[in-house]
Write a protein that binds this ligand. Structure first.
Ligand code: MGD
Ligand code: MGD
Ligand code: SF4
Ligand code: MO
Length: 767
């Protein structure tokens, strides 16, 4: 018997926890934490179940072709060779492109935050772009858009990472890292041991909320009101960073009262520069320029943040107010008692939270899906970003910092899709400032293109994971659309409900069976400097192959070898790593990873400005106004239809045992969470004759699902929290997305209202 230890990391979720695998005679037997690794302090149950994932009996063993019509519960799978599978896909892609152009072929990818497809994410994008497809489905609108892209309207970039090592106060908002990002949970706990305060905003008392200094319990979707209320409290108390706002934000920029546009040089002089904003100089009593790079604190200190001023423009007198004045006025509408009325959070707690923040700067915050899966997600995100802007902590020590990252080459080939082709991305007309600008589409738009051929037909879908029948709303529409799709090839580990609509099923190996590159582990400056080429920790099962291998093989058969390093994935990896100075060989020689010498610089905006149009942190966004939206953050009540039959609010959350619709096939995990649960308040249950542990029914306008009742006294009585992603029951038990219609979404991002669905619960039969 030979026992071998191999260093790696768990790639199953965004946390990418460092680990050491044990192989006995080449068989993966266990996975343990690697305390020497920057994210190796702990592993969750999903990583510990690695051997069960690898050797699961329901893994797809070899490429399969369907022989029965779509919609038949039994696809009649027939074994085929890899060669035949790849040739078939290439022929279908070529035919669809020849018939309708590259827009007829869509690509798909599972979430890189909740699967290991991150290993191949960039290559999958490169393949789509090399095929000149502007359409790629990926969960971004309900997942990471609101933390990685939408904050650009305010910050010019994503929210960065909390600098936990130096934070005085940590604010976790609709984010439960104890379940979803172990390395962040560990970092928060270390910050707390150092004395940092913790505020958690979550309708559930879950994870770190249990031990937080303050747990604020909003009604689902009401977070924007809380953000404005907290901002109001800080402004009222004068506890905002005036110097930061004056010098590095647009707070002093004047906005015209008549049309809410910024006052610029063009308003004052014929032929003036419309890109040149103005502020009010209190010493001269006249507008003064606001350059991208503020000259010095003294010059800026003369500018007004408050007040209303009359300015003579080339077309007559107009009144103007600084952006800050307008924001303050918005916030003034949110005194703590009104926040209480809308969010359900006691006014005293709102005031206590504002004080805790102001007393314990620097503030670090993180927000994730709790605030994004709503019809008002963009404005909620803008409100939280504006609140954060007031603290002046962005990119400062102990704040949210854009840590230096290992400089990988961008190999996604985004520019191969021409601007004309890009303009055709599904949903781009309706949501030009949302994910379609990056080529990421929603299933709602894809299904319309499949079924109604509007705005043009999509006939071919090539997807690398994703179980969108379970992870996106409106399961019934999905089923109907997938039946009508001409050709669908899916690379998967197991036969999911989405896979049952595939024409070809390709067996992909799990992350444990393939190499994977992680350049930077996100959670701290030191972790970001860590680069690791994870070795395969077990041999690939059956005929399974990595997504990257599939991409390169398809590229060759599509005549795209020249865009794929002659079809040599190793050459591609070398190219990707080149800017870091590292080579694949050097990384293979150090399987635990290598640390780059990256310098952490704070307040990089002092050199470069922010990545916004004005170069400053923008509380007022002209880009938003440009697409007909409110340029200032506001609370927009969720656009959820009221129906007296459904008096309760359904929300969802993740659980430690599973990622989305995965892992139910792993016995050690299934033992811990054998059946779908729905959490509800005991009084809500009692009023309906429901006992703890019983199977109950959750109903919405769209239909019903079942789950076992779990009581929680900490939930608001009108809130019910269900699971999603179960497909092990014939009647859709545990699939909350079957209850969501998909027509209620954010106008900018397209994020679905998955966490605020009117519902009713009743005692129900077992499935
Ligand atoms: N175990 C596990 N880990 C995962 C994943 C997984 O599926 N399972 N998925 C990965 C992925 S893809 C992602 S995007 C991340 C997501 O990571 P998180 O965003 O942390 O995941 P959730 O638990 O879905 O949501 C966080 C919290 O939002 C709360 N919430 C629900 N509605 C609201 C609301 O209206 N307002 C507020 N403020 N909070 C609300 C929920 O109660 C929950 O505790 O996790 C990643 N990690
Ligand atoms: N109601 C509700 N719905 C939600 C959410 C919610 O909180 N509530 N969360 C949303 C979020 S945050 C996200 S990100 C989406 C996730 O949506 P999806 O990306 O569709 O996630 P999954 O349903 O887990 O499906 C992923 C599939 O990819 C396969 N897979 C795993 N690893 C690999 C790999 O390396 N390669 C390949 N080819 N396949 C692989 C898995 O077997 C699985 O079937 O769900 C969203 N849906
Ligand atoms: S939190 Fe769990 S699933 Fe995610 S990377 Fe760490 S060990 Fe893996
Ligand atoms: Mo996600």
């Amino acid at each position: 018997m030979t026992t071998e230890l191999r260093h790696g990391y768990c790639a199953l979720c965004i946390s990418r926890c460092g680990c050491v695998a044990t192989l006995v005679d080449g068989v993966l037997t266990r996975v343990d934490p690697d305390p020497a690794h920057p994210t190796g302090q702990a592993l969750c149950v999903k990583a510990k179940a690695a051997p069960e994932a690898v050797y699961a009996p329901d893994r797809i063993p070899y490429p399969l072709r369907r022989t029965r019509p779509k919609g038949d519960p039994d696809p009649g799978w027939e074994r085929i060779s890899w060669d035949e599978a790849l040739e078939t896909i290439a022929a279908k892609v070529r035919a669809a492109t020849a018939q309708h152009g590259p827009t007829a072929v869509a690509f798909g990818v599972a979430t890189p935050s909740g699967t290991a497809v991150a290993d191949s994410f960039a290559w999958i994008h490169r393949l789509a772009h090399a095929c000149r497809s502007p359409n790629l489905i990926f969960a971004t609108e309900n997942c990471n858009w609101h933390k990685d892209f939408a904050p650009a309207y305010t910050f010019g970039a994503g929210i960065g990472m909390p600098d936990y090592e130096h934070a005085g106060c940590v604010l976790l908002w609709g984010f439960n890292p104890a379940t979803s990002w172990l390395a962040q949970a560990t970092a928060v706990q270390e910050a707390r041991k150092r004395g940092a305060r913790l505020i958690v905003v979550d309708p559930r008392r879950a994870g770190l909320a249990v031990s937080a200094d303050l747990w604020l319990r909003p009604l689902p979707g009401s977070d924007g009101a809380l953000a404005l209320g907290l901002a109001h409290a800080l402004i009222e108390a004068g506890r905002y960073d005036r110097d930061f706002l004056m010098r590095w934000s647009d707070a002093a920029f004047l906005v015209r009262d008549d049309d809410s546009t910024l006052l610029t040089h063009a308003d004052l002089h014929e032929g003036g520069d419309a890109g040149h904003p103005l502020a009010w100089d209190e010493t001269t009593g006249a507008p003064a320029p606001c350059p991208r790079r503020p000259p010095n604190a003294a010059a800026e200190a003369r500018l007004a943040l408050r007040g209303r001023f009359t300015v003579q423009t080339v077309r007559g007198a107009v009144t103007c107010r600084p952006v800050f004045e307008r924001l303050a006025e918005r916030c003034r509408a949110w005194p703590a008692d009104r926040v209480e009325a809308v969010t359900g959070i006691p006014a005293a707690q709102v005031e206590a939270a504002a004080k805790m923040i102001a007393d314990n700067l620097p503030l670090s915050f993180f927000t994730w899906t709790g605030t994004c899966q709503h019809s008002n997600a963009t404005q909620t995100g803008r409100a939280i970003a504006a609140l954060y802007g007031l603290t002046g902590c962005l990119d400062a020590p102990g704040g949210n910092v854009w840590f230096s990252k290992p400089p990988l080459a961008d190999i996604t080939g985004f520019e191969w899709v021409t601007p004309e082709e890009r303009a055709l991305t599904l949903g781009r007309d309706a949501r030009p400032e949302g994910p379609p600008q990056k080529g990421w589409i929603t299933t709602r738009d894809l299904f319309r293109a499949i079924v109604e051929k509007q705005p043009y037909p999509v006939s071919c879908l090539i997807s690398f994971g994703s179980n969108f029948l379970l992870s996106k709303p409106n399961t019934r529409l999905a089923e109907a659309a997938m039946q009508q799709l001409d050709f669908f090839a899916l690379a998967e580990l197991v036969e999911t409900p989405s896979a049952r609509y595939a024409d070809l099923l390709l067996p992909v190996c799990s992350a444990w069976e393939r190499e994977g590159l992680q350049a930077g582990f996100q959670v701290s400056a030191a972790a970001e400097a860590h680069v690791q080429l994870r070795p395969a920790l077990a041999p690939p099962q059956g005929e399974s192959r990595s997504d990257t291998w599939i991409v390169f093989e398809l590229a060759k058969r599509l005549g795209l070898a020249d865009r794929f390093y002659g079809g040599d994935a190793e050459a591609g990896l070398t190219q990707m790593l080149a800017p870091t100075g590292l080579t694949p060989e050097a990384l293979r020689a150090a399987p635990g990873g290598l640390d780059l010498a990256l310098e952490t610089r704070y307040r990089k905006y002092e050199q470069n400005g922010f990545g916004t149009p004005s170069g400053r942190l923008e509380l007022h966004s002209e880009r938003m106004r440009g697409v007909g939206l409110d340029p200032l953050p506001d609370y927009v009540a969720p656009s959820v239809p009221h129906d007296s039959r459904f008096p309760l609010t359904l929300t969802t959350a993740k659980w430690p045992q599973y990622c989305h619709s995965q892992q139910r096939n792993q016995p050690s995990l299934r033992r811990r969470m054998p059946e779908p649960l729905v959490e509800l308040h005991p009084e809500t249950a009692m009023a309906r004759g429901i006992r703890e542990g019983e199977w109950i029914e959750v109903k919405t306008q769209m239909g019903a699902m079942r789950a076992r009742a779990r009581f929680s006294r900490h939930l608001a009585p009108q809130v019910v929290c269900a699971q999603y992603g179960w497909w092990q029951y014939p009647d859709g038990a545990g699939d909350a997305n079957r209850l969501v219609d998909g027509e209620c979404f954010d106008p900018v991002a397209g994020s679905n209202s998955l966490r605020n669905v009117p519902c009713q619960v009743l005692a129900g039969p077992e499935p």
